[in-house]
Write a protein that binds this ligand. Sequence first.
Ligand SMILES: [Ca+2]
Ligand SMILES: [Ca+2]
Ligand SMILES: [Ca+2]
Length: 291
Amino acid sequence: MTKIIIAASALILVAGCVESPELTDADWINQLVAGSNVSETSNLNGTGDAGEDGKSGEEVSVPEFWYRELTSEPYREIILENDPAAGVCTVTVIHTLSARLIIDTVWDGVFEPGSKTISDTRYARLIVEKHSDEVSHGGWRIISATPAEHMLTPDGQEVFISSMSLYKDDELIWECTDPGSFYRVDSELPQLSEGDFVRMEATINHLNPQYDPPFFVVAHGPLSGHSRHLMYDNGLYGDETADDGIFSYEWYVEYTGFHHRIAVDVIDADTFADQTEEDYDSGAWGIHFLK
Ligand SMILES: [Ca+2]
Ligand SMILES: [Ca+2]
Ligand SMILES: [Ca+2]
């Protein structure tokens, strides 16, 4: 009888090992971060506003058609910045992507695009903590996160987001002036629900403006109609003051079932000035939102 009990116990142990092998804290954190929406570094795919043909006085206009197309998306690199034995760990997520900008700058009603190579690296940081009441992921939980910052992989980026803010019914609900800032995931991320009346604002820094307008600003996320819209600094459609450097987009939130993040994206006018030169230049910030 004793022998049978021992054998049964051994079997249970073996079965236990197969289902949940001994994972280290580092393994659990990797699994938690890799599977979480909070650590995503949103793609800026999607079609949307083509914009308008050039207005008088403008040297560059929005292309007749444009969109980004992912060509290669390797796994995110997840770097633990300290020994998780402390029960708290800061994590850097690095996501390097290859894509193409499909762009047609000739306003003739005919789709004959060129293509520009995109090499993009997205950075985000998270703080994770181990909690005795957390049942999944070895007790690890994501406590706070920075926005993801999108940068060109080679040098040469000239356009940068310098601030991003969100207002609900004219009341500020979230703002960022430094993409290294951490936001608690339970209480400090923006909350966007279907039907909310929201305004997003952004300011931009251009190191070397060459054209008028010097850049274009684009909102991405749970917008109205489609997931990509131009933002304007023209004093219209929710933009409070024309030409004050604050670009705005105001809308009733839609499609939160599909989107997890909201982003601002700036594209240098040199990128939109032609469809032949390899001069793609853009920067973006994106943040996970609560629903
Ligand atoms: Ca065309
Ligand atoms: Ca403005
Ligand atoms: Ca440029």
